[in-house]
Design a protein around this ligand. Structure first.
Ligand SMILES: Nc1nc2c(c(=O)[nH]1)N[C@H]1C(S)=C(S)[C@@H](COP(=O)(O)OP(=O)(O)OC[C@H]3O[C@@H](n4cnc5c(=O)[nH]c(N)nc54)[C@H](O)[C@@H]3O)O[C@H]1N2
Ligand SMILES: Nc1nc2c(c(=O)[nH]1)N[C@H]1C(S)=C(S)[C@@H](COP(=O)(O)OP(=O)(O)OC[C@H]3O[C@@H](n4cnc5c(=O)[nH]c(N)nc54)[C@H](O)[C@@H]3O)O[C@H]1N2
Ligand SMILES: [Mo]
Length: 765
């Protein structure tokens, strides 16, 4: 593979021709064009499979509901390229380790179970029976159940994740580290504390009814392209779209709908954001605090004049608790503190507040720009505070919308993939299945890695994902994985995690979402939950590439059967007929009554959300205002000239690299780039295109550095930098996590930069 690298600004709108062209090119390149196109046609329709791309909802209105990046996700999975025993006989693990993430996945689908042979440094074929027996042998050899870690990536279905958590708890552990720990943990935990449920409160059609939508720290043009349709409709209906994003993101500026031919043909793109603010990294809590301060001032002025205030007094009195403490905290927060931390002026924040004030119905959405900081939990809660002031909860066109990442990450949590499960869940499982579910809190992702580094982990099973590349502090993460007794990866494609096996290691090849899943009782479907708490069925249609692949559900059932036997539960029956799993879910998880019948509803069914009905399961029984202080500074005593965020390009799905372009940001054929403000560039005596090294400023004596990143000047606030994940994961210290969330602070890494000794950075060729 050869890639031509270039930096040239993208001037067209997001979506539109550029997107159609890229999709077609991608579909054709995947060497299976016809099948791919057929797959696309079925995506997100009433029948067919759920798009594995993201967790945005489906309106079921458009006939051909797809987006460029969903198309990439499908074609990447549905490729006819594959790797088998010859490939692994040819390539040692150390040789493969030297390859890029792009190269690894590009090789194609994994087809048969493999076991790592440390003597030869090669993976070798192993039968399914032997692989399952090996897992059982390792688990039986543990001294205590907490030597087992069960990682989950958010693509796993409800059915697979339900029996996975049941298996883990029957073994006796709550060690369920998952991708959510690195992702929306702050949303789940923050919302839970504020409104009693850790999920968004709105439904998809609320976007059509909103007067103002505030989009915080999110790049929907790349990561949730179908959200652009909703924003676009809302804008057409006259809604104000107020964006807070450190970078100027093309997808948030203009959008041409590829599903509206006229817009594609003419360059007439609709604009998305009516207002665009660029706060400093980590500056959003200060920004929202500033808006609240401005609003409170107006409110008091009204009252002083004898007028009605501007807040929803009835809602506040009836449904909330703790407002006085928050007001006291706002009064204590100085404007100087707010503007310094947010990087926005008092006037900008007063303007944003005025838009909020004028709107009768407000939605706030957010993603990783909010959740991957040290003070993310309090930032999420500050956004909730703002919404509570206006009673923007539990009415049409208003509410809270954390936009989830992986297509079923929300469903995984609903199914009990949670290292800090509620007593209600444990009681329900214990009563129904007749066992004592463990009560001790388990490990989140960073805690699991720390336990591995302490040699406390005998077995790691990973239901999907790519922990080695997704987790922070790559050298330490890789070392952690190597210290496990046995690592088991249930995967579709080869990735970095497979190349840092434990002392013993297995790769188990699995079917993907798009493929037909035939079991003893016939064709199976699975279910997923989107960001709007809609649960729906998903049924793959593609022919699996090898009959030695197994479904995730069958693999998990097989592991459970090998480890726990048939005495308590007939795990094999679950694998034969997924309806039986859904019956158990119906019996133990709230909201899933008549689950199997409910699945027949086209478009799925709504799980409901107590907070949206103004029922709050919080200590006070009301929505809780949070009165957290604004952090005095974001990095304590650390004196770093720059703050770096690690983010996604347009051609990747997390650690899966589809290609080397980031079209909307004008980057082509390369990934090792560093976005910087032109004045900072000049201040350092550097020029566009120079190569630099980036080094973390931290306090544990460890050098964390990546080298040879090409400088690209960009519309970003001074002192702020951006570069792609996972290339920059080595820079995020394992110990640098969010307060109360444990989430790696991937969007605020204190760094310094220097001219690189490297002459070229074109390492992927
Ligand atoms: N095609 C594609 N789709 C995906 C994914 C993918 O990799 N590729 N990943 C999926 C997953 S798991 C997730 S979690 C989501 C991620 O979706 P996003 O959250 O959109 O992902 P990021 O690329 O991390 O982008 C973070 C955005 O927030 C901005 N930002 C960063 N820090 C701050 C800040 O402090 N304040 C503000 N206001 N803005 C900030 C960045 O400039 C960027 O626009 O997407 C999901 N969908
Ligand atoms: N620095 C930095 N680090 C981050 C982030 C960041 O913004 N910056 N974002 C974080 C976020 S938001 C997330 S969600 C995590 C993502 O962390 P993960 O979910 O662990 O990572 P993915 O890259 O999504 O996993 C890709 C792998 O999943 C496997 N796979 C794909 N489809 C399937 C399937 O259908 N079944 C199974 N069993 N396996 C499958 C393939 O083998 C593929 O290699 O990364 C986090 N890490
Ligand atoms: Mo995520």
């Amino acid at each position: 593979m050869k890639f031509k690298s270039a930096i040239k600004p993208y001037r067209a709108a997001a979506g539109g021709w550029g997107s159609l062209e890229a999709t077609t090119r991608f579909v054709i390149d995947s060497k299976h064009a016809l099948k791919n196109l057929r797959n696309l046609m079925r995506m997100n329709k009433a029948r067919g499979f759920d798009c594995p791309g993201c967790a945005w909802g489906d309106d079921n209105k458009s006939t051909f509901s797809f987006c460029e990046n969903g198309a990439k996700a499908v074609t990447w999975e549905a490729t006819r390229r594959f790797i088998d025993r010859q490939f692994f006989a040819q390539h040692s693990v150390s040789k493969l380790y030297a390859q890029s993430d792009y190269f690894l996945e590009y090789q194609g689908r994994l087809t048969e179970p493999l076991r790592y042979n440390a003597r030869t440094d090669h993976y070798e074929p192993i039968s399914w029976d032997d692989a399952l027996a090996l897992i059982a042998q390792h688990i039986h050899g543990m001294d205590n159940p907490n030597q087992l870690e069960l990682y989950t990536s958010g693509r796993a279905s409800n059915e697979a994740s339900y029996i996975y958590q049941l298996f883990g708890r029957m073994v006796g552990t709550n060690n369920f580290p998952d991708c959510s720990n690195m992702c929306h943990e702050a949303s789940g935990s923050g919302l839970k504390r504020s409104i009693g449920v850790g999920k968004g409160t709105i439904q998809l059609d609320d976007f059509d009814k909103a007067n103002a939508i505030f989009v915080f720290g999110q790049n929907p043009g790349t990561n949730h392209p179908r959200m652009l349709h909703s924003l676009r409709h809302a804008a057409e209906n006259g809604a104000q779209i107020v964006t807070f994003n450190t970078l100027r993101e093309r997808g948030l500026e203009r959008f041409a709908d590829p599903q509206k031919p006229l817009e594609v043909i003419t360059p007439l793109a609709g604009s998305i954001s009516t207002h665009y603010y660029q706060p400093n990294l980590g500056g959003d809590m200060a920004a929202v605090r500033g808006m609240a301060k401005a609003l409170l001032e107006t409110h008091r002025e009204c009252l002083a004049r004898g007028d009605k205030g501007i807040f929803d007094e009835w809602f506040i009195a009836e449904h909330t608790h703790g407002i006085d403490d928050w007001f006291a905290e706002i009064d204590k927060t100085a404007w100087e503190h707010i503007t310094r931390q947010s990087g926005l002026s008092e006037q900008q924040l007063r303007d944003a507040a005025a838009i909020w004030q004028q709107a009768e119905r407000v939605i706030c959405t957010w993603a990783m720009g909010i959740t991957q900081h040290k003070h993310s939990l309090n930032t999420v809660r500050e956004i909730v505070n703002l919404q509570l002031l206006g009673g923007h909860l539990g009415k049409p066109g208003a509410g809270l919308c954390p936009v989830r990442g992986h297509s079923n990450v929300q469903g995984n949590r609903t199914m009990g993939i949670d290292e800090k499960p509620s007593a209600a869940l444990l009681d329900s499982l214990s009563a129904h299945f007749g066992f004592k579910a463990p009560r001790e809190k388990g490990h989140n992702t960073v805690e699991a890695l720390a336990a591995m580094l302490r040699d406390e982990v005998k077995v790691l099973i990973a239901l999907g994902g790519n922990l080695a590349a997704a987790a922070p502090d790559s050298p330490r993460t890789e070392e952690a994985l190597r210290r496990c007794g046995l690592t088991v990866h249930i995967s579709t494609k080869l990735n970095r995690s497979h190349l840092v096996p434990g002392r013993d290691g297995l790769i188990l090849p699995t079917l993907g979402r798009t493929e037909a899943d035939i079991q003893a009782t016939g064709r199976q479907f699975i279910t997923v939950e989107d960001s709007f708490s809609m649960v729906h069925a998903s049924e793959g249609i593609g022919q699996p590439i090898a009959d030695t692949q197994r479904s995730e559900t069958a693999i998990v059932a097989g592991i459970a059967d090998a480890v726990l036997g048939k005495d308590k539960l007939n795990w094999q029956a679950f694998a034969d007929d997924y309806n039986l799993i859904r019956d158990r879910i119906a019996a133990t998880i709230p909201g899933f009554q008549n689950f199997n019948q409910q699945c027949e509803k086209p478009g799925g069914f709504y799980l409901g959300n107590a907070a949206a009905q103004l029922r709050f399961s919080t200590p006070s029984g009301k929505a809780e205002f949070s009165a957290a202080a604004l952090p005095a500074s974001l990095f304590g005593d650390l004196d770093a000239p720059f703050v770096l965020q690690t983010l996604r390009s347009h051609d990747q799905y997390n650690t899966t690299i589809y290609g080397l372009d980031d079209r909307y940001r004008g980057v082509y054929g390369q990934r090792e780039v560093l976005f910087i403000h032109p004045d900072d560039l000049a201040g350092l005596g550097l020029q566009e295109g120079d190569l630099v090294d980036i080094e973390t400023v931290w306090n544990d004596g460890i050098t964390r550095k990546v080298s040879g990143f090409k400088i690209v000047s960009y519309n970003i606030p001074r002192g702020n930098l951006a570069a792609y994940y996972p290339e920059t994961n080595p820079l995020v210290p394992l110990a640098s996590v969010g307060d109360g969330t444990g989430t790696p602070t991937s969007k605020s890494v204190p760094v310094k930069i220097s001219r690189s000794a490297l002459k070229t950075n074109n390492r992927i060729a």
